[in-house]
Design a protein around this ligand. Structure first.
Ligand SMILES: Cc1cc2nc3c(=O)[nH]c(=O)nc-3n(C[C@H](O)[C@H](O)[C@H](O)COP(=O)(O)OP(=O)(O)OC[C@H]3O[C@@H](n4cnc5c(N)ncnc54)[C@H](O)[C@@H]3O)c2cc1C
Length: 73
């Protein structure tokens, strides 16, 4: 299938959610999670629920790596 005719997942078609600031300077947290795909976001949520402070550092756009292309069955 040609790339331009491939279906796009709902989450990739949506406009980027607001509220994810660029990292400016240093932050101090218990855990820094590198990568905001499903693995990073799930880990961050689990850690946060256990009372730790967490920063997710994403180099591109949250949930648009491999995660962005899965239909999430
Ligand atoms: C078409 C398709 C269908 C699928 N269907 C299913 C399914 O039905 N069920 C299922 O369980 N799985 C499915 N999968 C697999 C599943 O989607 C992936 O295993 C999962 O999304 C991978 O998540 P991840 O967080 O490991 O990686 P990613 O989603 O790729 O996230 C990694 C993130 O880390 C960021 N990153 C990388 N390096 C750095 C760095 N140095 N600094 C900052 N950020 C960085 C990337 O930009 C990216 O956003 C499917 C995959 C595809 C493509």
């Amino acid at each position: 299938m040609a790339p331009e005719s491939r279906p796009v997942s709902l989450w990739l078609a949506l406009p980027e959610a607001a509220g994810y600031p660029h990292l400016e300077g240093e932050v101090e947290v218990d855990v820094a999670v590198i990568g905001g795909g499903i693995a990073g976001l799930t880990a961050a949520l689990a850690l946060k629920r256990r009372g730790l402070t967490v920063a997710v550092v994403e180099g591109a756009r949250i949930a648009t790596g491999v995660t962005g292309n899965t239909p999430a069955r």
